[in-house]
Design a protein. Structure first.
Length: 246
């Protein structure tokens, strides 16, 4: 855990204990010379402990990690009981991790009553012979009777997806000669897809180059900050999914 920025906290006899720590190796992380975490909420019952803490994005503390818009790996662990003193005991197997973008919004905004939702699902078998694997397929955005605006997207994780999924990018398909790209791509709608950039991938997929949306590991729900109109017609989009061996 060398270089890790940590916070340890617990509630004992109704009192919050909050500590700012940093990792120096395979040993108990020492407390920082200056504590930068602030308690916002803490409670405990017979089954759960709930803690809400905050700190500045950049504390100017060399023992703290400066938060940015980049993806970070968050590690978490918990003990079976409160520490008897000021030092938490080793957590043992009670631990986990996940990727996150700490500066992105995490409060989900309510959707308008007249919103429409399109679900895109994939089932991808990751070859064990490749560290990184790209899978491409075609989706069709349906017809609407009038102009609509794209307002956001969210990721629903399937089994093992959170540990394997790395990023997803969608591109709108257009023919350079102005013809309907559906004449060449409609036949692939509903097909499970192909490994990207291999001889098996249809060359017609290269018609899809206009960037639409992207999702990356660590991000959650994304809400558009500007109006993004869709014309009242169906169109095709090419979705490229990157998965990795955990």
């Amino acid at each position: 855990m060398a270089g890790g920025d940590m916070v340890t906290a617990w509630v004992r006899e109704g009192r919050l204990h909050l500590q700012d720590r940093h990792g120096i190796g395979n040993e108990m992380p020492p407390e920082d010379e200056k504590s930068d975490w602030r308690p916002l909420h803490a409670k405990e019952n017979a089954t759960h402990t709930v803690l809400v803490v905050a700190r500045d994005v950049n504390t100017c503390d060399p023992q703290d990690y400066k938060l940015t818009h980049e993806t970070v790996r968050l590690l978490y662990a918990w003990g079976e009981e409160d520490p008897s003193g000021d030092q938490p005991a080793y957590h043992g197997p009670r631990r986990g991790n996940r990727y996150a973008m700490p500066l992105t919004q995490f409060h989900r905004e309510g959707l308008p009553e007249d919103h429409h939702t399109m679900m895109v699902s994939q089932r991808i078998a990751v070859p064990h012979t490749q560290d990184t694997f790209y899978w491409c397929h075609i989706e069709k955005i349906p017809d609407w009777p009038e102009k609509h605006h794209y307002i956001g997207y969210d990721m629903i994780y399937g089994e093992n997806a959170r540990s394997n999924l790395h990023h997803v990018v969608a591109f709108e398909c257009h023919a350079q000669d102005g013809s309907d790209p559906g004449d060449q791509l409609e036949q692939y709608v509903g097909h499970p897809g192909y490994e990207c950039y291999t001889p098996n991938m249809p060359p017609q997929f290269f018609l899809c180059e206009r960037f639409l949306i992207s999702w990356a590991i660590g991000s959650e729900v994304s809400t558009a900050r500007e109006l993004n109109p869709f014309t009242p017609r169906s169109f095709l989009c090419y979705i490229k999914t990157s998965v990795v061996e955990p």
